[in-house]
Design a protein around this ligand. Structure first.
Ligand code: SF4
Ligand code: SF4
Length: 124
C-alpha cells in the first residue's frame, strides 16, 4: 500500500486487500525467499507464517459461504499490516497500483477494487 496517500486508519477499517475469499487464494502474496525464511520461524513480529513456493498459505474458513474472507497472517485487525516495509511483499508495497501485462507490455494500473482509489482526483 502507498502509505503516503492511504492512511493506516482507513486501511485498518477496510482490510479488503489483506483478506481473501477462497477463489482469491491464488493471488495471495509472494514473499522474497529470505523473508519467507525469517517469517517461517520465531521472529520479531511474534507471528509465524506458512508458505508454499514463497506464497503465503491461508485457510481456516469457518463457513461454506464463498464470500467469507480470511485475513492475511500478518494483518492486525486494529493496526493493519504488522510488517515493516523491508519485509512487506512488493505487491503489497505498491497496492493499490498493480503491474500488469497488457499485450506484452508492462503497464501500471490503479485497481478499482480499492475503495480509496475511487476518491482520487478526477475519479467519478
Ligand atoms: S483496499 Fe485500499 S483502502 Fe482497503 S485496505 Fe487495501 S489499500 Fe487500504
Ligand atoms: S503482508 Fe501485510 S499488506 Fe500484505 S496482505 Fe498481508 S497484511 Fe496485507
Amino acid at each position: 500500500m502507498l502509505s503516503s496517500i492511504l492512511s493506516k486508519q482507513s486501511c485498518a477499517s477496510c482490510k479488503f486487500c489483506c483478506s481473501f475469499r477462497r477463489q482469491s487464494l491464488w493471488e495471495t502474496q509472494l514473499f522474497p525467499p529470505e523473508v519467507v525464511e525469517k517469517l517461517s520461524h520465531p521472529n520479531e513480529y511474534g507471528v509465524m507464517g506458512e508458505f508454499r513456493d514463497c506464497q503465503i498459505v491461508l485457510g481456516g474458513y469457518r463457513t461454506d459461504d464463498t464470500e467469507e474472507e480470511v485475513p492475511c497472517t500478518f494483518l492486525n485487525p486494529h493496526k493493519g499490516c504488522i510488517l515493516k516495509a523491508e519485509d512487506k511483499p512488493f505487491d503489497c508495497s505498491i497496492w493499490p497500483l498493480r503491474i500488469m501485462d497488457k499485450d506484452g507490455e508492462l503497464v501500471i494500473a490503479l485497481t478499482p477494487t480499492c475503495p480509496l482509489s475511487a476518491q482520487r482526483p478526477g475519479a467519478s
